[in-house]
Design a protein around this ligand. Structure first.
Ligand code: BMA
Length: 335
């Protein structure tokens, strides 16, 4: 495969400082790993047992993010971080203390746990969604302007739900989110749904998007990074899970969703794009997990940098060209 030229189908901003490493000459995969993975070790900050499944965005001259840091009690926490280059990170040792966005939020603002964040600039601020403990997992919603002070809004849904992923802009005048209704345990099922909201508080008009199928995505699936807008549709990286005789195995692949009606799946790649095969994906607190929560995109070159958790222990980075991902989805789709 040859690198894409200077044009790409991404609708969005150029990101000249996107972290990047060319595909090694002997690598023929559409998605390839950063040679110095993992980029964040499990003990980057003194308070953490493990750091993984985290979300980053361009911020000022560099990058910022919200990180899943399980603490040494093994409680799942969210921490803020910043980086000049998207690879070397400084994380706050203390967890994010969510402030109620308004007085009605105070009664749900008792933080139980938070994990698997997603972050995106939408209109005038950085919105964060995460799996929020409220008598079981549901989708927390909040925002920040500076990655120092964070405000919590209403939970989007009733428990139980996970993998709440906002679209980067309103669609047909409404905010839009993917999510994965679930149960209170290690859910052995799971399909992706679409919901819309006039105000990021009241969510409805729920639509089925797609479900588990076979092979690497036989047990359950869930949206990964914020969908990337392209001229051909929304590019969605998502994780898929299979149940082996040794437990769940988390890989990721991609699908293309209709721009105006994103619950309509245009193409869906049958093979995975990345499966847990590197040592840091195979070995850790939860073996055999590659779990993407963020992707940076450079509209000028079509370069993508995908951030994913390795084995529920470390943060890893992988790269791809958007046009090659789209080709892969289209030529390997049964839809
Ligand atoms: C899911 C979530 C993810 C985790 C995965 C594998 O239910 O907890 O954060 O990566 O399990 O353990």
């Amino acid at each position: 495969m040859t690198p894409t030229g200077s044009q790409s189908t991404i609708i969005g901003d150029a990101l000249p400082n996107i972290p990047w490493q060319d595909r090694p000459a002997n690598n023929h995969n559409v998605v390839w790993r950063y040679g110095k993975n993992p980029i964040i070790p499990h003990d980057l900050i003194p308070s953490s047992n493990s750091i993984f499944n985290s979300a980053v965005v361009p911020y000022e001259d560099g990058f910022a993010g919200v990180f899943r840091c399980d603490d040494k009690r093994r409680v799942m926490q969210l921490h803020s971080g910043k980086s000049p280059d998207g690879i070397n990170w400084t994380l706050q040792n203390e967890r994010i203390q969510w402030l109620p966005a308004d007085s009605q939020i105070e009664e749900i603002n008792e933080f139980q746990y938070g994990y698997d964040p997603r972050v995106r600039w939408i209109e005038d601020r950085y919105y964060v969604t995460w799996c929020n403990g409220y008598y079981g997992p549901t989708i927390g919603v909040g925002y920040t302007y500076d990655f120092e002070t964070f405000y919590q809004m209403e939970n989007a849904y009733l428990p139980f739900n996970r993998n709440g992923v906002l679209f980067p802009r309103k669609i047909n005048g409404k905010y839009a989110m993917l999510s994965r209704p679930s149960d209170n345990g290690h859910t052995p099922f799971g399909d992706i749904y679409y919901s819309e909201s006039p105000d990021l508080t009241h969510w409805g008009r729920h639509r089925y998007v797609m479900g588990s199928t076979s092979g690497w995505q036989a047990t359950k699936i869930g949206a990964g990074p914020i969908p990337i807008e392209t001229q051909e549709g929304w590019l969605l990286f998502y994780h898929g899970v299979l149940t082996s005789c040794n437990g769940f195995v988390y890989s990721f692949g991609a699908a293309l969703l209709d721009l105006e009606q994103p619950w309509k799946v245009l193409y869906r790649g049958e093979p995975y794009l990345l499966a847990p095969q590197a040592p840091y994906e195979r070995t850790g607190d939860v073996p055999n997990v590659a779990f993407p929560c963020a992707a940076l995109a450079d509209a000028a070159t079509g370069r993508l940098a995908i951030y994913y958790g390795g084995a529920d222990t470390v943060v890893c980075l992988a790269f791809a060209y958007v046009d090659e991902v789209l080709d892969f989805i289209k030529t390997n789709s049964k839809i």
